[in-house]
Design a protein around this ligand. Sequence first.
Ligand code: PEP
Ligand code: MN
Length: 334
Amino acid sequence: MLVIMKYDATEAQIEAVIRHVESLGFRGIPIPGALRTAVCIVGNQGFIEDSQLLSLEGVKETLRVTKPYKLVSRETHPQPSVITVGSVTIGGSQPVIMAGPCAVENEKQALTTAVIVKKYGAQIFRGGAYKPRTSPYSFQGLGEEGLKILAKVREETGLLIVTEATDVTNIELVEQYTDIIQIGARNMQNYSLLKRAGHTAKPILLKRGFAATIEELLMSAEYIMSEGNNRVILCERGIRTFADNTRNTLDISAIPSIKEVSHLPVIVDPSHAAGRREFVIPLSRGAIAVGADGLIVEVHHDPPRSVSDGRQSLYPEQFEKLMLEIGRLRNNLT
Ligand code: PEP
Ligand code: MN
């Protein structure tokens, strides 16, 4: 870290910064410049709070040279992580496709949709049993009954299951039924949930919060990994911007940005980004073209009757088209 002193900082103030840094067990090396002095802090044990240094007299700003995350970083793990769940690999050479309804509504709906998405090539079935809804009056999910339906879907179709844990109070139940635990956008900074997710044996699908930077997303993944769970899959699902043509704005640059600094696989959710099924196929093409490791897509056997997110759910024939287009794109890219 560099502590940049104000242009009129006195020698005594520079000395005080060095002494403070030494009192924390680090070394402070003054680097005089033409206009101002910087103090370079060396010694990589522990963490220094920027605010402590900023409160010292004569300090203008602090600059971190190394990133605050470690386990998610390519510096500690240069090769991309490949996560294996059952017979499916995420982060390998082939994009993984997770598909299914927004919410598990009943057994018939879940099974009908699962048979369709499996037929067209999805490997993982998605569907919420616990739904984080903006309104308390909206459908909140079937809870454990929904998890039982998901287990039945796995039994009958062989598809793996991804479903969301919305709270520390339901993650224990969710982990008993699912293959991958989703942590949703609204919970990306629910630190007690992230820490608990670090103690499960199941991989975590961590979705980017709609107002979160890439660094904040990576720090949330670091919470999970620092508790011992290395199997984290990141998901770009659109962020909130001034653009009102879509539900959220798909940040396509998030994929190469994350891959530049992190070894974790990144998938894209075009459904919650677009909010409209018409845009799901073009956004999916874009996601795969920029290097996403897969997609999580909402599909419903009868979207107009869907209890949530029907507007963005693909009809079965649209999902078939999506899979054909992704296959073609993959062949052209390899
Ligand atoms: C979901 O995938 O069901 C969901 C609620 O997504 P997000 O957390 O991205 O809004
Ligand atoms: Mn949804």
